[in-house]
Write a protein that binds this ligand. Sequence first.
Ligand SMILES: *Cc1c(COP(=O)(O)O)cnc(C)c1O
Length: 204
Amino acid sequence: MRLIAVTKQVPTDAIREAYDAGIRDFGESKIQETAEKQSQLQDLPDINWHLIGHLQTNKAAKALEQFQWIHSLDNLKLATRLDRLAGELSFSPQVCLQVKILPDADKYGWSVPELLADLPELNKCQQIKIQGLMAIPPRGLDDSQLLDFFNSTRELADKINQQNLPQISMQQLSMGMSGDYHLAIQAGATMIRLGTTIFGSRIG
Ligand SMILES: *Cc1c(COP(=O)(O)O)cnc(C)c1O
């Protein structure tokens, strides 16, 4: 299991401390904020940067330069564009597809039927490495509903794997944040994304 330390709104000296403690996977949600931090942390070359926030299509090239992992790939148009740019720029990012297991007006991502319908097109992406799913539960679920939510995410990944699509391998489940990671792990999370638990509350 991989722990991703989410450093949005976290200053670089705290990132250095986490690095010194052995963390190498850091999650950020914005392109500009990441650029500023990366320029201050150039002496730490072996960090894996994970994009966990919505990516606007016009920032796809920037994202490819900044991130080894993109968890928040959330629509087919972006996937196609990212794949083409990745080929042109010779990057091969690892990506997760962001899915909405339950309807959620506040979030980006594929609904389950939309995702299943888009799989044949996603399977044409040769350059990006589709590795799994990211899911974020809607607000207000209790523990048993959260566990159901995370289990449904794992079941969806299994169902997709059964289609044996050569470009789509659902090995990774990016799920679980500070409030619910214990349940996500119980359901088979392979990557948990923790901010508050590691760095304390963010301002705003
Ligand atoms: C902010 C954020 C996290 C971390 O949230 P915490 O509750 O502070 O652990 C995880 N995933 C995503 C997508 C986020 O935006």
